[in-house]
Design a protein around this ligand. Structure first.
Ligand code: HSE
Length: 292
């Protein structure tokens, strides 16, 4: 049995730790079967090929949650680069949780997502859900609450280009630069952006979505980790993008609207000025996990 779990864009502009959306590329693929002991082989990007792998962590977490003691033999095709801001650890975590769910016949979505978040905890120290939740549904997702886990969803289907520069920013480092408090005017601005963005997505108004892709909670502090950010954004907007922002905690960036392939090229050229190579993914938002 095989499951494919796609990359995700967490935060999606103003929704720090709350919004996320699944995109079609890149993705991880996990094939698996029941086994007497844990085993994982990894192809593609370099991630641990042992019990530290988030796919194993999440699969074990789900088995423990339902009081079962079985192991899986897994093969992971790691298509999402780690420390990319594209939900790499979340995708493997969800794939592991889904694999175990399939073997055990677990259908409770919340349990599966909780187990996947345990993979995230192992990877980054916090059991966040803004990658695993959109990776599961594909939709634009809003994590309304964690206790209990409540998720709001808006089905979406629009083109997006994600550009991944050949630099790494671990989420833990991107979180360390955030202050414990933010100015009231920034909080107010983010509420305005986030609430308007939800409406724009509901109304399928991509121009408004693009206009609202800004953030006053994390971006002002993370910019110094991404000295190329303003240049890349300018290139995207000049090439016709409706909006541009950081994917998750970066370094990946994304743009919506206009000719996304052309925008991807323009952003790649901007990175070239900094001597940084990139991978460009011209893809679609609204892609969830699939069995095949
Ligand atoms: N929302 C997280 C952050 C990244 O921006 O730090 C993805 O979980």
């Amino acid at each position: 049995m095989k499951v494919r779990v796609h990359a995700t864009i967490a935060n999606f502009g103003p929704g720090f730790d709350v919004f996320g959306v699944g995109i079609g590329e890149p993705y991880d693929e996990l094939s698996f079967r029941e086994s007497s002991e844990w085993e994982i082989r990894v192809k593609g990007h370099d991630v641990p090929a042992d019990v530290r792998n988030t796919a194993v962590v999440a699969a074990r977490a789900l088995a423990e949650m339902v009081g079962e003691n079985i192991a899986l033999k897994m093969e992971l095709k790691k298509g999402i680069r780690p420390r990319s801001g594209l939900g790499s650890s979340g995708a493997s975590s969800l794939a592991g949780a889904l694999a175990m769910a399939r073997v055990l016949g677990v259908e409770d979505e919340r349990l599966i997502l909780r187990a996947a978040m345990e993979g995230e905890r192992a990877a980054s120290g916090s059991a966040h859900g803004d990658n695993v939740v959109p990776a599961y549904y594909g939709d634009f997702t809003i994590i309304e609450s964690y206790e209990p886990l409540r998720v709001q969803r808006i089905p979406v289907d629009f083109e997006v280009v994600a550009v991944l520069p050949a630099v790494e920013i671990p989420t833990s480092e991107a979180r360390r630069v955030l202050p414990p408090k933010i100015p009231l005017k920034d909080a107010i601005r983010n509420i305005a952006l986030a609430s308007s963005l939800v409406l724009a997505l509901k109304e399928n108004d991509l121009k408004a979505v693009g206009r609202l892709l800004d953030d006053r909670i994390a971006l002002p502090y993370r910019r110094r980790l991404m000295p190329w950010y303003d240049r890349a954004r300018k290139a995207a907007l000049e090439a016709g993008a409706y909006g541009f922002s950081v994917s998750g905690s970066g370094p990946a960036v994304f743009a919506v609207g206009g000719d996304v392939a052309q925008i991807g090229k323009a952003v790649a050229e901007a990175f070239e000025e900094f001597g940084i190579e990139v991978d460009v993914y011209v893809t679609k938002a609204g892609r969830g996990a699939v069995w095949f």
